[in-house]
Design a protein around this ligand. Sequence first.
Ligand SMILES: [Mg+2]
Length: 327
Amino acid sequence: MLGVVKMRIGELELIEQIRAGAGARRGAGLALGIGDDCAILRPPKGHEVLVTTDFSLEGRHFRRDWHPADSIGHRALARGLSDLAAMGARPMAAFLSLALPDEILTSRTGRRWVDGFFAGLGKLAGEFEVPLAGGDTAEAPGGLVLADIVLVGSAPVGRSLRRSGGRAGDLLYVTGSLGGSAEELARIAGGGELKRGGEHPHLYPAPRVRSGMELVKRKLATAAIDLSDGLSTDLAHLCAESRVGAEVSESAMPVSAGASLDQALNGGEDYELLFTAPPRIKVPPKIAGVAVTQIGRLVRGSGVSIFGAEGGRRALEPRGWEHFRGE
Ligand SMILES: [Mg+2]
């Protein structure tokens, strides 16, 4: 791992940065981290291993003129953590492959960018005690930053949450609020003033790792998915895998302050959890400190319909976020 490629910011220096900055503390399931030819992971007894991989490509998933470097590091890791959260897994280790263009490797501002990237990634890694256990670096052709992150987690055998576990009659719930990421991105794209302090649902989303683990531990959910592409698209995925339809209600949607209903339904990257539970299960109003809202139910058949706040009912077509399409 971390194969040697000729670099102006030295390869070893970059490896040191990965070691020092990005959650270098040992995770519970990491038997051997960076320094050998492979990492060794040891899941807890009675657990199985879950793996997810996510590309973060400049121009597609982020823009260096819109996203600060630490946001890009944070978001790259958050995507994988959110996938683990969706299945109720505990993060064990992360692996990063990072390709950087010449302009970053050879300039002082580039060095600061790298510092920022690892600061953002490391802060989130520390929050969830997920060590960066290996990776690779290379010089990127074409002037673009490319990051690929692999997340490994564990869950009790046979207990992780799947998209396919929903049944007609199950109630539909979401954590947190929806549309905040799309609203903040629209402000960034429009050159608008960013809120200082407080929450930044687009720049620094909070993956719901603890909520997902709690759903498994307390046996609350029958199916789950994380909201990466937008409710309308991700709910359609869950329905297709569970072979059911769904009905949701406009007035029940937990729309983020300042966001529109359209952003809540179709904006992506909120990284909240959408899950289902039979009506007999008492779902608490908060799970691991995050508010939970019932937004509808699963029904027989296929397709999703939405009840308007002023009555009426229409089809909710999957129109979720497809990143910077057409740009
Ligand atoms: Mg996902």
